[in-house]
Design a protein around this ligand. Structure first.
Ligand SMILES: [Zn+2]
Length: 113
């Protein structure tokens, strides 16, 4: 796998999506009162947190990996489309910038630092 691709997938998919998903999911469930399932800060259950992490942690990482992969494909296609057009949208204000510019003429945003 390409280094750039691997980094993208790990950063955006696994760390950016998988890990927060696991944390939110398992923490939420660990704070739920047994029985009625009401969220309550006092009813944090460490055992439940650890037990469910065993299942949800690898699952979240795997889902994050595939999510990252599909994001990468989307990003690659987006880049290719833009490169063929020799222009892209400013990430900050959205105005169109041609590829040979290094700064947005509208808002001054620069990406070649
Ligand atoms: Zn701009």
């Amino acid at each position: 796998m390409l280094k750039e691709k691997r980094n993208f997938v790990i950063k955006n998919g696994v760390l950016g999506w998988g890990v927060p998903f696991w944390l939110i999911m398992v923490l939420w469930r660990s704070f739920q009162k047994p029985g009625d399932g009401i969220f309550e800060f006092g009813s944090f259950d460490l055992k439940k947190f650890l037990l469910e992490s065993v299942v949800y942690f690898p699952l979240s990482l795997i889902m994050g990996y595939f999510y990252g992969l599909s994001m990468y494909r989307f990003w690659e296609k987006y880049k290719k489309d833009r490169l063929s057009k020799k222009e892209f949208n400013c990430f900050k204000c959205g105005s169109i910038i041609s590829l040979n510019e290094t700064k947005c003429s509208n808002c001054g945003w620069s990406w070649n630092k």
